[in-house]
Design a protein around this ligand. Sequence first.
Ligand code: HEC
Ligand code: HEC
Ligand code: HEC
Ligand code: HEC
Ligand code: HEC
Ligand code: HEC
Ligand code: HEC
Length: 477
Amino acid sequence: MNRNVFIVLAALLALFVFWWSSQDTESNNVDIASLAREKARKSAAAEAEAIAVQSDLATLAKQGKGQPLPDYLATDIDPSGKFWLVGHPAVEFGVEIPFEPGNLPVPKSRQGSKKNAAGFLGADSCRECHADKYETFVETAHHRTSRLASLDEISGPLQGSRNRMNTLHPEIGFEMLERDEVAYQRVSFFDWQFEVPMQLIMGSSKMAETYLYWHGDKLFQLNCTYLSEPNTWINSPGYLDGDAAYARPIQSGCLDCHTTYAEFREDPNHFSPDSLILGISCERCHGPGQQHVDYHHAHPSEKKSQHMTVPSKLSREREMDVCGQCHTGDKAPKSPGAFGFRPGDSLDDHYEKLEGYDESSNTVHTSNQIARLALSACFEESDMACVQCHDPHKNERGMTQIFSQRCLKCHQEKQCGMHETLGPKLKENCVDCHMPKRATENLRVETVSGQVFPPLRDHYIRVDQQATKQFLDALQK
Ligand code: HEC
Ligand code: HEC
Ligand code: HEC
Ligand code: HEC
Ligand code: HEC
Ligand code: HEC
Ligand code: HEC
């Protein structure tokens, strides 16, 4: 199913990073190849021997160094001046890294306070007074969608037989491993190896996790992404099989939708590392919490909430806009950026509509639930909003029966034409017939074993004969 998510990741990247999309990788490779050929004539054999001696990456890392680049590999700075390319005369593919070959990525040192002017605090600061909501909320995909890459949070295998990712090219391979409580992706390019730490996770892992790391105040994506189904490592969406690409910038867009807050400094991927509030907290739906928390600390006997918005008390349109920050199709934030949105605001005041874009298309990565739902008779002929079916404070993923009960808040079983055919079974699952999962061409991930399309729920609720047939066929098996 993941391929859907990932094609759009690729599309977003292409949109946001012009220097990336303007890369002509092929001609770079040609340059590198000719450079490399020259070098290779010198002393490949002698060099390979020297490398073998220094192959202990762990020892080198303790000295703050990486393995030196063997002489038979060629390196050059990309024409944009933003990253290094490493190549070999015999192959078309290569390595892209934002740090000099032979070195390691260096995160910026801590900067002290992470208080932000906007007043976002993170979900932990709501716990003392809203323990009931908090305890279930931490299990949700929203809360888990970005987090520190501690070993117990990484879902992808770091040991055993599944911790490798091979490519179609025997000279390049990846190994995911842990050392001293840190997870790394180790790249082998001919005899040369280097490691990049996995520092942040993006994605709750219901479908996938992709990993990020810091170099200075710049945030980059690692080459290998974990796909939950079928429990395997794949090239990150949009990456070419065979390249080891560690220089792809994470732009503000990813963090707009996958964190509570991040202070964006400069294009394309400069952030204040200490400013990040990971996970999508309560506050992206209720508004920044600082004033509310300060007020209720100062007035412990106050029973009436101050400085807090409940989306369902807004008009339906404004309520939908809260979710619409992240659950519509592609759109470009206006100044001052996505973190300037407050519940009650109109999305149009914060985002540009993209030209030539069909608003209701199921372009997934976000599967565009708002525009798809809006096509449904249920939505048109009732006051339905997202919370009619979703409790944002609980993880109810896969609980088809609970969702089906929510259909029956407005419908009766006997309204459904399948009522007699299915009898009591009907109420267990309205959704697979009326809101089937759909894979779309727009989201596709390339893996060594072929393409993967992550299917997502289509929120256009309707009578769907194809889905009905599939449902009935599955029942017979
Ligand atoms: C010091 C205690 C305290 C803290 C901390 C606190 N709240 Fe509250 N909150 C209250 C009280 C008291 C109310 C009013 C009674 C109620 O609805 O529970 C309230 C109500 C609310 C409401 C319902 C508002 C309404 O109009 O019905 C929301 C939403 C809310 N808080 C969100 C948050 C969020 C988000 C955080 C963390 C950023 C947070 N609260 C932290 C005390 C607190
Ligand atoms: C417009 C908001 C938006 C932007 C921008 C965005 N995402 Fe997402 N992302 C989502 C939503 C929503 C989902 C969940 C898809 C669904 O369930 O419909 C998701 C899903 C994912 C997943 C899969 C998570 C899982 O396990 O289900 C990953 C990984 C991911 N995004 C990474 C990224 C990265 C990396 C970027 C930047 C290139 C990015 N996203 C940009 C909204 C966004
Ligand atoms: C994805 C958006 C979203 C997130 C995240 C979220 N909420 Fe809510 N919250 C809502 C919506 C929507 C409602 C209204 C629900 C309804 O009317 O059925 C609500 C209602 C509430 C209420 C008041 C009504 C009630 O059900 O008691 C409180 C209190 C509350 N949320 C606190 C929190 C806290 C605390 C967190 C984080 C631990 C949180 N919320 C996270 C969207 C969200
Ligand atoms: C700040 C961005 C943002 C906002 C605001 C937001 N979401 Fe999400 N939502 C996401 C992302 C990102 C994911 C995917 C998380 C993942 O799996 O990694 C997601 C996932 C979900 C899921 C899937 C959960 C699962 O486990 O399958 C539901 C349902 C959902 N959101 C509903 C809502 C509703 C309803 C609202 C408004 C009340 C809302 N969201 C507001 C970004 C957002
Ligand atoms: C908030 C109330 C509400 C909820 C919840 C609701 N519906 Fe509806 N639905 C309606 C209304 C109103 C109509 C239009 C009148 C009618 O056909 O009954 C409708 C129409 C439909 C139709 C006919 C569509 C068409 O194109 O003619 C189907 C099928 C349907 N609903 C299925 C569902 C399913 C399945 C769920 C749960 C996933 C659901 N509904 C949840 C209110 C609701
Ligand atoms: C096996 C697939 C299947 C399941 C399960 C199913 N439906 Fe249906 N539903 C259909 C089909 C097919 C029709 C159209 C039947 C017809 O035209 O005679 C329909 C018709 C409907 C309609 C009337 C649409 C109209 O034209 O007005 C509603 C409302 C509805 N279903 C709701 C539900 C609800 C609620 C559930 C769960 C309790 C449910 N359905 C479960 C396949 C299904
Ligand atoms: C009529 C009921 C209904 C309404 C209204 C509804 N959803 Fe859903 N949604 C579902 C069902 C059913 C699922 C599948 C849940 C599952 O299997 O875990 C789902 C799944 C999702 C997912 C997970 C995507 C995936 O394919 O795994 C997201 C994200 C989501 N909904 C967001 C929204 C948003 C945002 C809104 C409001 C625009 C909304 N939903 C309104 C019924 C609804």
